[in-house]
Design a protein around this ligand. Structure first.
Ligand SMILES: Cc1cc2nc3c(=O)[nH]c(=O)nc-3n(C[C@H](O)[C@H](O)[C@H](O)COP(=O)(O)OP(=O)(O)OC[C@H]3O[C@@H](n4cnc5c(N)ncnc54)[C@H](O)[C@@H]3O)c2cc1C
Ligand code: HEM
Length: 369
């Protein structure tokens, strides 16, 4: 372990058990010295109080070699423009962080720790700033909701029209803010369509029990509302050179990026067999089945298998979608795309590993950690 890494770990261990206290100091220090910064953060800070602090500490601690994480840090810096972060804010945040740790650690804190955190933070901040500076795109796009439909009790499908062109690749996701209902809370959602000439994007959102943004998008968002979208991210995209047959495994609204990829395939595919496995708890949650069946009827290379894990009278497959995939196959020669909740993705990856599908052929997006 390098000297810098040792100093960072050593000093963090002094305050690690009091993260709440560090977060309290950090935000208080930042907002007292720069009250204008409060407006950059969500109204309800208690929900994710330590989010920024945790993110910076993780970045500083794990990115021992920031060169390796150049792309990630540049993208993070680009993305921070959506929070209205300006270059001069970096110094304020870095200073507040070090002061908070020093205060919480008390006498055990050494001056060499100050320097270690300042050095590591400076490298990361400079990479983020370079990324922000080099981005030709706007920090975010305004978009108007042009259609909104409830498909199940807690699922909505809605379409937005960005006011400026927004380029993305099928299978990517974007972050979204609904300022009218949940200002300054950004969450990621995957468009369910491939890029279109009219520039519109369709989203499929499931309201999570206590979820702040998803509930608003499902229950309150309406035609005519304006939302904000920020730069597309993610690498669950198609390789047009691949000649392998493909398997798409979707759980619930994890179907969104899968439909985007399917739509892209409908534009050029003639030779690859494509199997879609779509699973949900109950048949009501298979909210987009009619459209999937329509696609399957139209494209002979496409087949769709549906499954419910919690609906004993469902006429299709029963059980978790990961188990259902294993009942079909063999799959060793296929490209895989998996999308859904963290639990569903984890279970599917485990099944694929057991079926000896090489991990390089599996792309996935997990909606939760
Ligand atoms: C790459 C990516 C793409 C995504 N695409 C989509 C999409 O197309 N459609 C879609 O509906 N969602 C998608 N999500 C999930 C979405 O970003 C939000 O996490 C989700 O809508 C919950 O946000 P919230 O503000 O309502 O909940 P929060 O207020 O953030 O969370 C409330 C509570 O619910 C828990 N929670 C959050 N998400 C889930 C979950 N999925 N299942 C169970 N508990 C959860 C949290 O841990 C927290 O305790 C995607 C996520 C990622 C990372
Ligand atoms: C080393 C520097 C920094 C790192 C590594 C960092 C990292 C992160 C990460 C990973 C997130 C979560 C991203 C997401 O949810 O989309 C985040 C959120 C955020 N960051 Fe930073 N950040 C840094 C500097 C700053 C600065 C200087 C500001 C200016 C005040 C800032 C303001 C924010 C805000 C407002 C959020 C959203 C917080 C929330 O939703 O609660 N960040 N940061």
């Amino acid at each position: 372990m390098g000297d810098l890494a040792r100093l960072l770990k050593e000093s963090w261990s002094l305050v690690e058990e009091h993260q709440d206290k560090v977060a309290g100091y950090f935000y208080a220090r930042m907002f007292l010295s720069h009250p204008d910064l409060r407006d950059l953060f969500p109204v309800q800070m208690d929900v994710q109080r330590a989010r920024l602090l945790g993110a910076i500490v993780t970045a500083v601690q794990t990115l021992e070699d920031p060169e390796k994480f150049d792309d990630y840090l540049r993208a993070l810096g680009r993305d921070h423009r959506k929070f209205h972060v300006e270059p001069e804010h970096y110094e304020v945040v870095g200073g507040a962080l070090i002061e908070a740790m020093r205060t919480c650690a008390g006498e055990q804190w050494g001056v060499e720790y100050d320097q270690a955190w300042a050095d590591a933070y400076a490298v990361i901040a400079s990479k983020m700033l370079a990324g922000a500076d080099a981005d030709p795109n706007p920090p975010y796009w305004h978009a108007e909701v042009v259609a909104h439909e409830r498909r199940a009790r807690d699922i909505a499908v809605f379409t937005v029209l960005p006011l400026q062109p927004l380029e993305f690749r099928a299978g990517q996701y974007l972050s979204l803010e609904a300022p009218r209902y949940q200002p300054r809370l950004w969450r990621t959602y995957s468009p369910a369509n491939a890029p279109r000439r009219d520039n519109t994007l369709e989203f499929h959102v499931k309201a999570i029990g206590a979820g702040w943004v998803s509930s608003a998008l499902v229950r309150r968002l309406n035609t005519g509302d304006m939302i904000k979208l920020a730069a597309p991210m993610g690498s669950m995209t198609l390789d047009r050179r691949s000649t392998r047959d493909a398997v798409f495994v979707a759980g619930g609204t994890g179907l969104a990026p899968i439909k985007s990829l399917l739509e892209e395939l409908t534009r050029y595919n003639r030779t690859r067999w494509v199997h879609v496995f779509f699973g949900a708890r109950t048949r009501d949650d298979l909210y987009d089945l009619a459209d999937l069946n329509r696609l399957a009827a139209r494209y002979p290379w496409l087949s769709v298998v549906t499954a419910c894990s919690d609906d004993p009278t469902f006429p299709g497959e029963k059980g978790n979608i990961s188990d259902v995939v294993a009942r079909y196959g063999p799959w060793q020669e296929h490209d895989f795309f998996v999308s859904g909740s963290g639990r569903m993705v984890k279970a599917t990856l485990k099944t694929l590993a057991e079926l000896q599908v090489p991990s390089v052929r599996v792309k996935y997006d997990s909606f939760t950690d």
